[in-house]
Ligand binder design. Sequence first.
Ligand SMILES: Nc1ncnc2c1ncn2[C@@H]1O[C@H](COP(=O)(O)OP(=O)(O)OP(=O)(O)O)[C@@H](O)[C@H]1O
Ligand SMILES: [Mg+2]
Length: 199
Amino acid sequence: MEVIMIVAVVNIKGGVGKTTTAIALATLAARKGHEVVVLDADEQSSASLWAWNAEQNGKPLPFSVESANIATLRRLKPDDPRLVIIDTPPTGKITDEATSVSDFVIVPTSPNSIDLQQTSAVADNLEEVGKQYAVLIVRAEPHTIALKSAQEYFREKDSSVFDAVIPKRADLGNVYGQPFGSNLYGYEDVYKELEEATN
Ligand SMILES: Nc1ncnc2c1ncn2[C@@H]1O[C@H](COP(=O)(O)OP(=O)(O)OP(=O)(O)O)[C@@H](O)[C@H]1O
Ligand SMILES: [Mg+2]
């Protein structure tokens, strides 16, 4: 990513894969030699604990994770030399702030219909305020009707969606607290699209 930027990972639905997405994309950016930081705006501290556990196990993440509050986010400068990825809690003022200070918003969602409704509300809001964003379908079972109808749903609504889809993979849960290995579970394609969308 040549353009230095602020990316927020947001969805009002909890447990959809926001933190996993933030850590995976930061890993890819770091591996490409970019200076990247994950700002943990969630008081559950999942991203910070992920980094801390990795450190404790002697295998630190290849970027730093810093906790962030509303003031931290407001202080971010457009000329910050780092790629900043903000992990957010499902709702609250800090999520709104993260959205507002970001150049691009990633909205991860599972393909199931309850998640889709909530995701669609988030996408509509972003559309309304003119924020650059894309929905990312995660936890997808390839070649299922659920996946096809989710893609169809967003296409009909004319929402912005990543072509790349992250499959549902139980072993992805085991990466929590460790750095990613060589398997990035499809996030490498998401990263490429993010680069294309923001260049
Ligand atoms: N593609 C996937 N396949 C299977 N499991 C996944 C996938 N992505 C994430 N998970 C698992 O789902 C759970 C929730 O993921 P994660 O913590 O990234 O979501 P979140 O949106 O950040 O949650 P919260 O709203 O609590 O912050 C975790 O146990 C994670 O390992
Ligand atoms: Mg999280």
